[in-house]
Design a protein. Structure first.
Length: 305
């Protein structure tokens, strides 16, 4: 019996598709793409099993007549450490280019295929495949002393397993620099221009798309969704900073418009505009510096991936 481990050979790659090819799988001539240093990958499948009850007699009374799948809910959660220009493919070096907001490339890749190989040896190996993935929630986290972490919680169309890879080639692991905490910082603008956010110790930026899973009647009896439609974008941030003045409390009390801009290597950024502080909570304890926990919500956001 084989007990697979995280230290076995595990290779995860992706490939983007346009909406007209929604749910596609790349062919052998394609090369699947490198995302970054993946630290966690969790494929998700929920068939929504529903017990069917009816009025029954004898030993069957009170028992379900059948267990039926209502819908096939597919998704995954993937977390990775970003690297500079991780991919050399024409779909763009960065996954975020097409999937952080609306597609910005001429190819308009807005959904993607993921394949993960789990391999102990040439005999004990298999692939997990997911199609039609779109990110529903994207989170960017930074903490002192740690690499910057990206997490995408995705919804998708189908999931299956295979004994061979979908493509003949997979991009190799990239050797470019990791994005560490010291490579990133946040600027803020409360009306006087951008300045460095003072004494920031942690940040979490969250982009939500509120994807609508569109299930439709079809002639084949298929339980998978037809499309995933983004409904409402929402950009928020949670920040922790040492208190150096009363400015952020005043911004909350006066409901001042505030812009935040996360700066990253390779001149990349995520900028949130038209926002306000929802809470500013100073934590006063005798044994520590006074930390402010700040919740922020924006009207809009842009990026330059």
């Amino acid at each position: 019996m084989v007990r697979y481990k995280g230290k076995d050979s595990i290779l995860m790659r992706y490939f983007g598709f346009a909406e007209v090819q929604y749910g596609g799988t790349p062919t052998g001539v394609n090369t699947t793409l490198y995302l970054g240093l993946v630290t966690e990958f969790v494929p998700l499948f929920d068939p929504e099993i529903k017990p069917i009850y009816a009025l029954r007699s004898g030993v069957n009374a009170g028992l379900p007549f059948a267990l039926k799948s209502r819908l096939k809910n597919v998704g995954c959660r993937m977390t990775w450490i970003q690297q500079t220009t991780p991919s050399v493919d024409v779909q763009n070096p960065y996954w975020q280019h097409n999937f952080l907001k609306d597609p910005t490339s001429s190819l308009l890749h807005n959904n993607f295929f993921v394949e993960a190989q789990i391999k102990r040896d040439n005999t004990d190996q298999f692939w997990i495949r997911l199609t039609g993935l779109k990110p529903n929630i994207i989170t960017i986290r930074g903490s002192i002393g740690e690499p910057q972490l990206w997490t995408a919680e995705c919804l998708g169309k189908e999931m299956d397993t295979a004994t061979v890879e979908a493509c003949d080639e997979q991009e190799a692991e990239d050797a470019d620099p990791l994005w560490m905490w010291e490579d990133t910082y946040i600027h803020y603008d409360a009306g006087a221009g951008y300045n460095l956010f003072p004494d920031l110790t942690d940040y979490e930026i969250r982009i939500e798309k509120h994807l609508k899973a569109n299930f439709c009647f079809n002639s084949s009896g298929d339980l998978t969704l037809t499309s995933l439609e983004p409904m409402e974008y929402l950009a928020t941030a949670r920040l922790t900073a040492n208190m150096v003045s009363k400015a952020f409390i005043d911004n909350l009390l006066d409901q001042i418009n505030v812009k935040l801009k996360l700066m990253m290597p390779d001149s990349k950024y995520v900028e949130m505009t038209g926002g306000k502080f929802r809470t500013v909570e100073p934590v006063l304890k005798p044994e520590d510096l006074i930390a402010q926990r700040i919740d922020y919500i924006a009207k809009d956001f842009t990026h330059n991936f």
